[in-house]
Design a protein around this ligand. Structure first.
Ligand code: MRU
Length: 377
């Protein structure tokens, strides 16, 4: 079991410690994660000494969010290589840990192909392991740079769409430094607006059922001194109706070739609300989230999660009595519908902002052009 390989480290996390890092103690290399299931109550690190531990951390959402999943996948391959495990087996398990965020398989493939080509060239497994680690580190750094560029492009777009300033932004799920090598995607844009003195309020959807908004975005907003207010997901409609939302900013887990956007479940209803109320719905994501191989929204595999996440409150603070280890909130045996993501069609998306610039209106041609720009011939 993965638990054999993972240990927790309960020391205090200094401010600014990244959500993931590679360490090389004398006992051998490890991938250290900030366990996001324990936030905001505790800042506990999870030390993974093998890919199975990382797979379990991905499935349990200890590490989560599309860009960070890519980085974790790449480090997972590097870890298997450095510890002499079967790299292809590790890569298959890691890439299959969650199906929707395309970044995961992109990250895994990058480290795996760096390993394979170094092995083919040198025949030396240690050199190949170093190549896999270099690829993971490079992806990590690239993501940090992409974050900064998305923040710039996103703020410029907000200023263009909302010339009055004083932006009131609604966001869903968690898209900050907890999901990225840098300051994130949608949250990084809100942070840039805050630093420029142009964020009036960040409305934070709690994001049922696992509360990434309440637990994680509120945690990041508080750490960065943003003016933020938490709301239940079903309060968003009345907030729009009251004219309190100037723009919606969300991230993405996979963007199909036609511009359909898979993101945390609840994003699509926000896009519908935004359209009805004439409010821009903006998706912020690195180019690693664009997936030209997936033609449209119907072709995106949406992860279905266990029903107990809906029928129980899963919280470190809750008394652990339900079948899923949480606090039961529905009659025993209740069936639950629990897709982790939904798909927003391109016609409801005002713009997709990447590190390479924004596409608006969102069209297959615009996205293909942007993909071409980001991949040197
Ligand atoms: O299930 P999660 O918590 O991994 O879902 C994360 C999201 O849906 C984020 O909005 C998405 O990954 C974009 S993060 C930049």
């Amino acid at each position: 079991m993965a638990d054999q390989y993972a240990q927790t480290r309960e020391d205090n996390r200094p401010a600014g410690t990244p959500a993931i890092r590679w360490e090389e103690p004398p006992e051998g290399p490890v991938v250290v994660l900030l366990d996001q299931t324990r936030l905001p109550a505790e800042e506990v690190e999870l030390v993974c000494t093998d890919a199975p531990a990382l797979v379990e951390a991905i499935r349990s959402l200890a590490v989560r969010g599309a860009p960070l999943l890519g980085i974790a996948g790449a480090y997972g391959v590097a870890l298997a290589a450095a510890r002499g495990f079967d790299v292809d087996d590790a890569a298959t398990a890691l890439a299959g840990a969650r199906p929707t965020a395309v970044n995961l398989s992109v990250g895994v493939r990058r480290a795996q192909s760096a390993y394979q080509s170094a092995l083919a060239k040198t025949g030396d497994a240690r050199l190949a392991a170093s190549a896999a680690l270099a690829a993971a580190r490079q992806l990590h750094q690239e993501d940090a740079r992409a974050s900064a560029r998305m923040a710039e492009h996103g703020l410029a777009l907000l200023d263009e769409l909302l010339p009055g300033g004083g932006h009131r932004i609604l966001t869903h799920c968690n898209t900050g430094s907890l999901v990225s090598g840098g300051e994130g995607t949608a949250f990084a844009v809100a942070l840039a607006a805050h630093r420029a003195g142009r964020l009036r309020r960040l409305w934070v959807d709690e994001t049922r059922p696992l509360l990434q908004g309440a637990r994680l975005t509120a945690y990041e907003a508080a750490r960065n001194d943003l003016a933020y207010t938490l709301l239940t997901d079903n309060a968003a409609g009345s907030l729009f109706a009251a004219g309190e939302v100037d723009a919606v900013l969300v991230g993405a887990d996979r963007i199909a070739a036609d511009g359909s956007v898979a993101n945390k479940v609840g994003s699509y209803p926000l896009a519908v609300l935004a359209r009805y109320h004439h409010v821009p719905f903006i998706v912020v994501a690195p180019v690693t989230t664009l997936d030209p191989a997936t033609p449209d929204g119907a072709a995106i595999e949406v992860e279905q999660r266990p029903g107990y996440e809906v029928t129980e409150f899963i919280s470190p603070q809750a008394p652990l009595t339900g079948a899923g280890g949480g606090l039961p909130i529905a009659p025993l045996g209740t069936q639950a519908y629990n897709p982790a993501f939904d798909v927003t069609p391109p016609e409801l998306v005002t713009a997709i902002v990447t590190e390479e610039g924004a596409v608006s209106p969102v069209t297959a041609e615009g996205l293909a052009e942007l993909c071409g720009r980001s991949r040197p011939a």
